[in-house]
Design a binder for this molecule. Structure first.
Ligand SMILES: Cc1cc2nc3c(=O)[nH]c(=O)nc-3n(C[C@H](O)[C@H](O)[C@H](O)COP(=O)(O)OP(=O)(O)OC[C@H]3O[C@@H](n4cnc5c(N)ncnc54)[C@H](O)[C@@H]3O)c2cc1C
Length: 427
């Protein structure tokens, strides 16, 4: 794609949030109400999008959204909190609009069991709720024990901060308390994982903070992989803004972290690395409830029909977002929201006994390397007999040789993207 058309694409994609993936849904006639009850588990990027767009498409459908947290804190921009460019309040969203404006019945509780045969879910509070169709968007679970010594208790000393909230605050506090000249050791997870560029944006934002406040400090990224998303762009950005501060070690060169010792603050890869602050991001799988309900395969992710996101394990249940296996789509908030909307359209069509339209999905992942320096990767996806595949020539990665003004524009688009997608989902 030429720079011009790519820029136009990401501008449109950024401005419109995930709206380009709406397909038939935005224009679905509201006249014939489908009725019925859809329960959605998880009020994050996938679930909240799906709940809202179900109600927008057909206000005759009762939608119950079950979310364990009272407020949703986004992982997108949580790296900016670490870098000091944003505060926790800026990334915290309420469910009031979904409830009051769109008539979604929001229940704050935890789903402890799914009964696919009886079509009901059981809640921690003891209640059971019946559904006609169920949407499961629980995000990820962390594979405790995939790194020896790394469990929930260890995460209180070496935070993963891969679910935004208390872990983000903890990591930020540790960075603030670290001495100048300290070493931040990051462990980056194996594929597939939530937000492929996330660990490298995080290193950039931590470097931004350290450069300003503790310039003698270093960041060591120990990676389970041999390459990563937008690698050339990140590494060029690090060279430009933080020369000598960030070292990245590929998996094949000794980056695979095998164990941690939280008492001695050692991160053990090929060599033992002493950390002043350790950010350990372990391997991941679908959210616990999806695994417990038998929706996942033996690798821990949920196979689905690429057009409807209906589970291949349990008909009548749809799995969207990070928990699903979505072909070439990355595990991102943008992708989850796009899937939530398409899934809503499919459910309405199924409940009305209509055929399901051809669909396309879209994703853009923006990352901030430094203030006024944004980069992105964008793609459009279609469903083929090979599943969800990227459309050749649509999208692309920021050019390597772009001038500073281009990086600054992408930096602004990043903020525009965040504002529009969060307003679309929870605003
Ligand atoms: C540091 C970082 C930066 C990121 N940056 C970006 C970015 O810039 N752009 C982007 O597009 N993506 C980004 N992502 C990825 C994005 O956060 C995820 O892909 C997205 O949140 C996935 O949406 P989801 O609906 O699958 O899960 P989530 O958004 O995590 O939502 C899942 C919800 O389900 C709830 N839940 C789980 N189990 C239950 C249960 N049993 N009962 C009730 N509720 C339950 C959880 O409380 C949670 O609120 C980033 C991720 C990280 C870690």
């Amino acid at each position: 794609m030429s720079n011009f058309s790519r820029r136009s694409f990401i501008k449109i994609a950024g401005a419109a949030g995930a709206a380009t993936a709406l397909g038939s849904l935005a224009y679905a006639p509201r006249a014939r109400a489908a009725g019925g009850h859809v329960v959605v588990i998880g009020g994050g990027f996938g679930g909240a999008s799906c709940a809202k767009y179900l109600r927008r498409a057909d206000s005759g459908i009762k939608v119950t959204l079950i979310e364990k947290q009272k407020e949703f804190i986004t992982c997108p921009f949580s790296n900016l909190v670490l870098g000091g460019l944003k505060q926790m309040d800026d990334i915290t969203h309420k469910f009031d609009t979904l409830q009051k404006k769109y008539g979604v019945d929001v229940v704050h509780d935890t789903v402890t069991e799914i009964d696919p045969a009886g079509k009901s879910v059981k809640l921690k509070s003891g209640k059971s709720i019946k559904y006609d169709r169920l949407v499961v968007s629980p995000g990820i679970s962390l594979k405790w024990g995939s790194i020896e010594g790394y469990d929930e208790k260890a995460a209180e000393i070496m935070p993963h901060a891969w679910k935004a909230g208390a872990q983000t605050v903890l990591l930020r506090k540790q960075l603030e308390a670290m001495k100048d000249g300290g070493v931040v050791v990051m462990a980056s997870p194996p594929n597939p994982f939530r937000c492929p560029p996330g660990p490298y944006e995080r290193a950039s934002m931590i470097a931004h903070y350290l450069k300003k406040h503790k310039p003698k400090s270093k960041i060591l990224i120990l990676d389970a992989k041999d390459k990563f998303s937008k690698q050339g762009l990140f590494q060029a950005g690090w060279q430009q803004h933080y020369p000598g501060m960030i070292e990245w070690v590929a998996g094949a060169k000794g980056g695979v972290v095998k164990a941690v010792d939280t008492k001695k603050m050692i991160v053990d890869a090929l060599d033992k690395h002493k950390a002043d602050v350790a950010n350990v991001i372990p391997a991941q799988a679908a959210g616990k409830i999806a695994i417990k309900a038998g929706l996942a395969d033996d690798k821990g992710w949920c196979p689905v029909d690429p057009k409807t996101f209906e589970s291949q394990k349990h008909p009548g249940i749809h799995v969207i977002g990070d928990a699903s296996i979505a072909g070439a789509m990355p595990k991102s908030g943008f992708a989850a929201s796009s899937q939530g909307k398409i899934c809503a359209a499919a459910i309405v069509a199924m409940m009305r006994g209509k055929t399901i339209a051809d669909v396309s999905y879209v994703n853009t992942c923006y990352s901030i390397v430094a203030p006024k320096h944004g980069i992105s990767v964008a793609a459009v996806y279609r469903v083929t007999d090979k599943g969800i595949v990227a459309v050749q020539g649509a999208g692309g990665v920021s050019p390597a040789d772009a001038p500073a003004a281009f990086r600054e524009e992408e930096y602004k688009y990043t903020y525009g993207w965040y504002d529009s997608i969060t307003a679309d989902i929870w605003g």
